[in-house]
Design a binder for this molecule. Sequence first.
Ligand code: COA
Length: 164
Amino acid sequence: MTSIRRYQKPDWPVVWPLLQTTFSSGDTYAFSPDSSESEIHKAWVETAAATYVSCTKDGRLLGTYIIKANQPGLGSHVCNCGYIVAPEAQRQGVASAMCEHSQREAVSMGFIAMQFNLVVSTNERAVRLWKRLGFHVVGTLPRAFHHQSLGFVDALVMYKKLAS
Ligand SMILES: CC(C)(COP(=O)(O)OP(=O)(O)OC[C@H]1O[C@@H](n2cnc3c(N)ncnc32)[C@H](O)[C@@H]1OP(=O)(O)O)[C@@H](O)C(=O)NCCC(=O)NCCS
């Protein structure tokens, strides 16, 4: 049984290694693989509108996600999210649950749509998952992601309308 709750400061020592491992592989997120802890803390905690964690009943961290406005001002009614699941917890529905949760949270925060700006085309599991959850590919950015083992690969912009 898992639960999703707001991130709290004591979560950081568990969240940071998960983020660091994910970003250092350089195959899913644009953060520099050698980003410092303070740079990532700023992006994942300080500048996000909200940060969440998914945990087991006994408190073991399974994943984390953030919500933020995709653009300032006149674009701020569309949100952007980022999701990461611990390797040992993948393929159990954790990301699906976090994405469904984030859509409800986004609506309650006043966002009317969700946009993913840089879904790496080779991240097939993620692309399949977001499509299954109702996101559409609205554009392909040719060679926009510098994959650390494959070189320049396409990135997808994915979008879902949440509320009118
Ligand atoms: C992409 C990512 C978020 C997916 O997380 P996840 O928790 O494994 O996702 P889910 O479990 O919800 O779904 C993934 C797969 O598991 C399957 N699954 C879900 N619940 C399952 C269960 N109980 N038993 C077996 N399989 C299950 C889903 O059907 C899906 O299958 P598919 O890949 O064949 O389509 C995760 O791999 C990750 O953190 N990757 C690194 C960071 C990243 O890429 N983030 C997204 C950037 S856009």
